[in-house]
Design a binder for this molecule. Structure first.
Ligand SMILES: [Zn+2]
Length: 255
C-alpha cells in the first residue's frame, strides 16, 4: 500500500542520483532526518524540482513506506533570503546542516532542535560577528546535547579540578567527551584545541541558559576562539560517528 504524508522540513542537502533523479536530505519537524528521492527532476522541467534549494524550509508531500520515500510535491515555505545572500552566515548554516545529518538518525524527531536551527538561520544575518559566534556555539551545544554527546564541562576529566585559573588554559577533547587542564594534557599537539577559563565559562553558560547566551558581552577575537574550539570538537565527534557507522555496517555485513 502506498502511503502519502505531508512533511515540513529544512533542506540540508541535495545531490544528483543517476541521470535525472535527486536525493534530498531534510530535517523534518515531524520525523527528524528524512531522505527523499525526487524522480525525474533534472531531465523533465518540473514544478516539483524548481523549489528545492539547500538551506530553505519546504512543505513536501512524500509517498512510499518505511525506508523508501519519494517526493510527490513540494512548496517552499521560507527561502531564508538574507541567509542565502550572506556568505558568512550561509557557511555557518552549511556546517550546521552537516552536523545535523551526522548526529541525528532518520525517524528521530526533535522539534526543539528543529525550531532552534530554524531560528538560528533566521537570526544569523542580522547579527554582528561576535554574536554570530555565540549563537553558533549555543546551537552546536544544543545539537550535541540532543544527540547525547554534550561534553562534560564541570571538571577536568584527569585531575577532577573544576576551577581553571584566569590566566591558564584547558583543552576540550571529543575523544574523552570533556576537558583537561593544560597541565594534565600529555602532548602539546592536543593543546591546539585550547580554551581560556572565560571560554569554559561561556560554554557552561551556553548549556545552562541557551536563551540568554546572546546577552553575554564578548569581543570578536574571544568569541572566534570559542567557536573554533567547538567546531573542532564537533568535527571530531562527526568523524567518530562516521567510523562507528562504518564499523557497524561492516559488522552487519559479516553477520
Ligand atoms: Zn586537570
Amino acid at each position: 500500500m502506498v502511503r502519502r504524508e505531508k512533511l515540513t522540513g529544512l533542506v540540508l542537502s541535495k545531490r544528483s542520483v543517476g541521470e535525472a533523479d535527486r536525493l534530498l536530505t531534510l530535517f523534518t519537524r515531524e520525523q527528524g532526518i528524512k531522505k527523499i528521492l525526487a524522480k525525474g527532476v533534472r531531465k523533465i522541467p518540473s514544478r516539483r524540482g524548481g523549489h528545492m534549494e539547500s538551506l530553505t524550509e519546504v512543505l513536501t508531500v512524500v509517498s512510499g513506506g518505511r525506508g523508501r520515500a519519494y517526493l510527490a510535491g513540494v512548496e517552499t515555505l521560507d527561502y531564508f533570503q538574507e541567509l542565502q545572500a550572506d556568505a558568512d552566515a550561509s557557511r555557518r548554516a552549511q556546517g550546521m546542516a552537516r552536523a545535523i545529518v551526522n548526529l541525528f538518525h532518520e525517524e528521530e524527531k526533535n522539534e526543539g532542535v528543529y525550531e532552534l536551527v530554524r531560528n538560528t538561520w533566521e537570526a544569523w544575518p542580522e547579527l554582528a560577528a561576535a554574536k554570530r559566534d555565540l549563537l553558533e556555539v549555543g546551537t552546536l551545544m544544543v545539537l550535541l546535547n540532543g544527540a547525547g554527546l554534550l561534553p562534560r564541562l564541570d571538571t577536568c576529566s584527569e585531575c577532577g579540578r573544576g576551577k581553571v585559573e584566569d590566566n591558564t588554559a584547558l583543552v576540550l577533547d571529543a575523544l574523552i567527551g570533556g576537558w583537561r587542564c593544560l597541565a594534565c594534557v600529555a602532548s602539546l599537539r592536543e593543546a591546539s584545541n585550547s580554551l581560556t577559563a572565560r571560554g569554559l565559562a561561556v560554554l557552561r553558560f551556553a548549556t545552562r541558559r541557551p536563551n540568554q547566551l546572546l546577552n553575554i558581552k564578548i569581543e570578536e577575537d574571544e568569541s572566534g576562539q570559542i567557536v573554533r574550539v567547538v567546531r573542532r570538537y564537533m568535527m571530531t565527534v562527526m568523524r567518530m560517528q562516521d567510523e562507528w557507522q562504518f564499523q557497524s555496517k561492516r559488522a552487519g555485513a559479516v553477520n
